[in-house]
Design a protein around this ligand. Structure first.
Ligand code: DAK
Length: 254
């Protein structure tokens, strides 16, 4: 149902349930959680998440499984999905969703929980839960407005409409379009930042994430704290020294 491989400096998590368009059963969500831990503990400098096949990144929660559940089980399911996606959001290495085809419902929410998103030309995004009488349950109502603004998020969630790759790019839902399937474009994109020290990347991500949660004066304090912490790393010493010596910095993530 899922596979974690390591290629070069990357961990690659592939959803492998193509007969159901990689739909997220609760078992699959649990597996994603486990493999996120494995990727985080590995030597990988970034995690790429994609779906098997040409048709779907992930068609969302497994609708067959959602029927006839008790409210308690449903609540537990929401908390499981939210916890796993929050873990992804806070992972110590950056993550990239490589969206190949449908990213609907929970699949779109999985992409939203990644640090960055790439889309192939056939990518299609949507939060169609209202069409099932539901609303997003794995973080979509919270992460989508933070990424694209309240107006666009309201429109996507209230209409449940499909957003194609070009529009997703224009609204900031994805960072970049990639033309060819396969991992090469995603790796090349990731290499724009994986050469930097992981500590600096982590502090920067944390500061930016906090910007969305707290008032400006508190956010500025967080930035002051984290930028001071970054300054205390060996990588910062090395980065500034390398600049002075007109050479490329050799970061060690220390
Ligand atoms: N779940 C289960 N099976 C799915 C699926 C899904 N989400 N999406 C597709 N499949 C299955 C189809 O049933 C079909 O299986 P067979 O009939 O062959 O056995 C196979 O994948 C191929 O799909 P189609 O034949 O439909 O393929 P098409 O190309 O015709 O259409 C499609 C592709 C993506 C447009 C279509 O499959 C589709 O509309 N899929 C459903 C999209 C969707 O509505 N996703 C779920 C959104 S809701 C929660 C609260 C809320 C939620 C979760 C939890 N808690 C409080 C716990 C909501 C989450 C959601 O994600």
């Amino acid at each position: 149902m899922i596979e974690l491989t390591h290629e070069d400096e990357f961990a690659v998590l592939t959803l492998r349930r193509p007969a159901a368009l990689n739909a997220l059963s609760f078992e699959l969500i649990g597996e994603i959680g486990k493999y996120i831990d494995v990727a985080g503990a590995s030597r990988a400098r970034a995690l790429i998440i994609t779906g098997e096949g040409e048709k779907a990144f992930c068609a969302g929660a497994d609708i067959k499984e959602l029927q006839n559940r008790s409210l308690a089980a449903q609540r537990q399911g929401a908390e499981l999905g939210q916890a796993v996606f929050a873990k992804l959001d806070r992972l110590s290495i950056p993550s990239i969703a490589l969206v190949n085809g449908y990213a609907f419902g929970g699949g779109c929410e999985l992409a939203l929980a990644c640090t960055l998103r790439l889309a192939l030309p056939n990518a299609k995004f949507g939060l169609p839960e209202v069409k099932l009488g539901l609303i997003p349950g794995y973080g979509g109502t919270q992460r989508l407005p933070r990424l694209v603004g309240v107006g666009r998020a309201l429109e996507m969630v209230m209409t449940g409409r499909t957003v194609a790759a070009e529009e997703a790019l224009a609204m900031g839902l994805v960072n970049r379009l990639v033309q060819a399937p396969g991992l090469e474009a995603a790796k090349a994109y990731a290499r724009e930042f994986t050469g930097h020290g992981l500590r600096a990347l982590q502090f920067a991500r944390e500061a930016i994430q906090r910007a969305l949660d707290v008032p400006l004066h508190e956010g500025l304090r967080v930035e002051a704290d984290l930028s001071t912490l970054a300054y205390r790393t060996r990588d910062a010493e090395e980065g500034m020294q390398a600049f002075m010596e007109k050479r490329k910095a050799e970061f060690r993530d220390e």
